[in-house]
Write a protein that binds this ligand. Structure first.
Ligand code: HDD
Length: 756
């Protein structure tokens, strides 16, 4: 009857029933029929190929292992044991010479337990240390099959994936909603080996050559003396670097825009950044840029929300991702490509495709959808999966190749190298989350953390002792063959091409593509960050950079800093805006959006009951906010309260609906009212926390509705009932319908001052 014992018996049964052997899906173990592997002493002909040559097991957690695999990969048995499997009777007391006597050195359990604990931490990633991951599936539409022979991009192929989202600058324990770039790294476990797309939510990068990566990261990380600030770019060394290296201007402008503070990982775009080269079955090549388009649309926080969330819930993005998946609201992105002819100069419409500080506007090269990514399973162990996953832009499959982007070249070295320190040795591809789901026979042997029991005697080629195995493949048997592109005849130099010198026309296009409210946010962000810089020279240099993008931007930030706005030192670029870059003016599905229903014991409980169900039916999440926890109403119809006035904060909600008179919980001075929450109890002064909730939501451009007397609470919070995005109605149901319309635009943009 003991559930642990039952689980243990189940595993034992599975183990018993499962004859080992590759033919039974347990690769790497000799089956009962396999011939014994003899050490060859004398050469003899012919050498039969050996069936057990496969290297590390091809099992990663995305396989949903069962039976023997499950037992091997995790803990088994219901008794506590030491690491050697010996059962223990006590793990709370050290072995002592009497209860009050000294602890004995002979206590192996004590030493083993403490030894292991002492080494539980591994170095965090040198960048992108904080992240959250999820498993999923990628289904290809087949629309890229004319430009690439990659098997996973053929029609209707399903490929397991693992995605890790991250911030760049902060430590593992920092906050989610800081202003920063977000990583968007995807591991495709394809039938032809692993393909990693290690991208960001911003389509351009700070630098054009990887040799500057240590410099930009040193500048952006906390100051070396006091190690502050954490997870921020709002400090002198960052702005010193990005104003001296003006190639960083475009990426920095994206960071200062709303893209730097996403609402959720689920509402971020993703970009491969570099130009890649696709290869079709006939050897034809096409240059491409990769895009991820979120089904829920691109949506960001406003800066005050981001700051509040850092205190309220530092795990905001991580929680949102895990909750959505657990609730079955699987996040989805469409995978897309922009394609460009593979011309010798590798430019498109005058844009250098090898310069990673450039985008190609979607209006010039539309993003063509080629597949759908669905994240549908949370990791079962953060360390094993999210922490130990190792991405690498050099993990490519046939049909996808690199270009000569000098930033990409350095990455091809860095990601392999960094794992040696982070995952402590060269065998990280054997860690379950990193294992390919294609057969591996790599001749790589030994080293720290070797877990494969390789067989055969000849891990070299050619050999005669292992029957010549492993064999090399050819183009017709799926070999990865580097595209034979011509390299220009040249002289060795440490130089960038002249086309890399234009640092302002692309940022100017971004600025001109923004709506007034997005521009207002950008000016606010620069004013905040530069306002945190102590060195006057850095602030002045930053204004000069902004002047070279646009005078309005420069003047706005200069006013915020109390400095004169300089004149541009370069002619302002004559560029067309790209409307696709703006987040304003589109409408999106409202799935998974959170509606706070503010009420109290004397509120409109019938209305709340109905509207709650309507929110659920619409695929959104209703959270009832009341003065105290527990339930509202009586009997079977009682409504559970999800948030109290003490635990609710505006940042959590996408819209608020006040249904009836909200209850009161404190007196005018914020002291608790002893009778608060009791039916029939009225207090003249509205609860200040409801006022704060409504006022913040109003300030952050959220849709707000009131029905059946809820209007008084809005007025109490100073919210005019005729303001944009404020809905007053007779019933909660009619108000909800209008709120949902507003939610499709993400925010009530008219409420921001720039719209006035
Ligand atoms: Fe990088 C991690 C994205 C340039 C060196 N990078 C890392 C991650 C992402 C990116 C998403 C986190 C992967 C994960 O979740 O484990 N990095 C980018 C993008 C870049 C870029 C989109 C430019 C287009 N990176 C870049 C350069 C270098 C690195 C130029 C070094 C020369 N990046 C690393 C690294 C990391 C890393 C040090 C840290 C941990 C890791 O690789 O596995 O090697």
């Amino acid at each position: 009857t003991n559930p642990l014992k039952r689980a243990a018996d189940k595993v034992a049964d599975a183990l018993k029933g499962e004859p080992a052997g590759p033919e039974n899906g347990i690769p790497g173990k000799p089956g009962p029929e396999s011939p014994p592997v003899a050490e060859p002493t004398e050469p003899h002909e012919p050498f039969p190929p050996k069936p057990d040559q496969t290297g590390p097991d091809t099992v990663s957690p995305t396989d949903q292992p069962t039976g023997a695999d499950q037992a091997r990969m995790a803990q088994s048995g219901s008794y506590l044991t030491n690491a050697q499997g010996t059962r223990l009777y006590d793990t709370d007391h050290s072995l002592k010479a009497g209860p009050r006597g000294p602890v004995l050195l002979q206590d192996h359990h004590l030493r083993e337990k403490i030894m292991h604990f002492d080494h539980e931490r591994i170095p965090e990633r040198v960048v992108h240390a904080r992240g959250a991951g999820a498993h999923g599936v990628f289904r290809s539409y087949g629309t890229a099959a004319n430009v690439t022979k990659a098997a996973f991009l053929a029609e209707d192929v399903e490929t397991p994936v693992f995605v890790r989202f991250s911030t760049v600058l902060g430590s593992r324990g920092s906050s989610d909603t800081v202003r920063d770039t977000r990583g968007f790294a995807t591991k495709f476990y394809t039938s032809e080996g692993v393909f990693d797309l290690v991208g960001n939510n911003i389509p351009v990068f700070f630098i054009q050559d990887a040799i500057k990566f240590p410099d930009v990261v040193h500048a952006a990380k906390p100051h070396p003396d006091r190690e502050i600030p954490q997870a921020q770019s709002a400090h002198d060394t960052f702005w010193d670097f990005v104003t001296l290296h003006t190639e960083a201007t475009h990426h920095t402008l994206w960071n200062m825009s709303d893209r730097g503070i996403p609402r959720s990982f689920r509402t971020m775009e993703g970009f491969g950044v570099h130009t890649f080269r696709l290869v079709d079955a006939a050897g034809g090549t096409t240059l491409v840029k990769f895009h991820w388009k979120p089904k829920l649309g691109v949506h960001s926080l406003v800066w005050e929300e981001a700051q509040l969330v850092n205190g309220m819930d530092p795990d905001f993005h991580r929680r949102d991702l895990a909750d959505a998946i657990e609730a079955g609201a699987y996040p989805e992105w469409e995978f897309g490509i922009q394609t460009f002819p593979d011309t010798p100069d590798q430019t498109f419409e005058g844009i250098d495709l090898l310069d990673p500080t450039n985008i190609v506007p979607e209006e010039l090269a539309p993003v063509q959808p080629i597949g759908l990514l669905t994240l549908n399973r949370n990791p079962s162990n953060f360390f094993a999966e999210t922490e130990q996953v190792a991405f690498h832009p050099g993990h490519l499959v046939p049909g996808i190749d690199i270009t000569d982007d000098p930033l990409l070249a350095g990455r091809l070295f860095s990601y392999l190298d960094t794992q040696i320190t982070r995952l402590a040795g060269p065998n990280f591809a054997q860690i379950p989350i990193n294992r390919p789901q294609a057969p591996v026979n790599d001749m790589l042997r030994d080293g720290f953390h070797q877990t494969a029991v390789h067989r055969g005697v000849a891990p070299y080629r050619p050999n005669s002792l292992d029957g010549g195995c492993p064999f090399t493949a050819g183009a017709d048997t799926g070999a990865y063959i580097e595209t034979p592109v011509r390299v220009p005849e040249a002289t060795k130099v440490r130089e960038a091409p002249a086309s890399f010198d234009d640092h302002f026309s692309q940022p100017r296009r971004f600025w001109l593509s923004m709506s007034p409210v997005e521009r207002e946010h950008i000016i606010g962000a620069y004013s905040f960050e530069l306002g945190k810089c102590y060195e006057p020279a850095i602030r002045e240099r930053a204004l000069q950079v902004l002047a070279n993008i646009d005078p309005e931007l420069c003047a706005g930030v200069a006013a915020g800093l109390g400095l004169p706005a300089p004149e541009p030192t370069v002619p302002l670029a004559d560029v067309e805006p790209s409307p696709a870059l703006s987040q304003v003016g589109h409408t999106w599905p409202t799935d998974g959006r959170i509606i706070g229903i503010v009420t109290g014991p004397d509120g409109d409980l019938d209305g709340v009951r109905t509207v709650r169900q309507e929110v659920l039916d619409g695929g959104m999440v209703p959270l009832i906010v009341a003065p105290a926890g527990g339930t509202l109403g009586e009997g079977a119809d009682a409504l559970a309260v999800q948030r109290t006035y003490a635990t609710a904060r505006s940042v959590e909600f996408d819209a608020l609906l006040v249904a009836g008179t909200p209850g009161v919980g404190t007196d005018a001075f914020g002291a608790r009212d002893a009778k608060a929450g009791q039916p029939g109890h009225q207090q003249a002064t509205p609860d200040p926390r409801v006022g704060l909730l409504l006022a913040e939501a109003f300030r952050h451009g959220k849709a707000i509705g009131a029905a059946k007397g809820g209007e008084a609470a809005l007025e109490g919070a100073g919210i005019p009932l005729d303001a944009p995005g404020v809905i007053a109605g007779d019933t909660a149901t009619t108000v909800l319908q209008e709120l949902v319309q507003l939610l499709g635009a993400h925010r009530v943009w008219e409420r921001f001052p720039s719209a006035a």
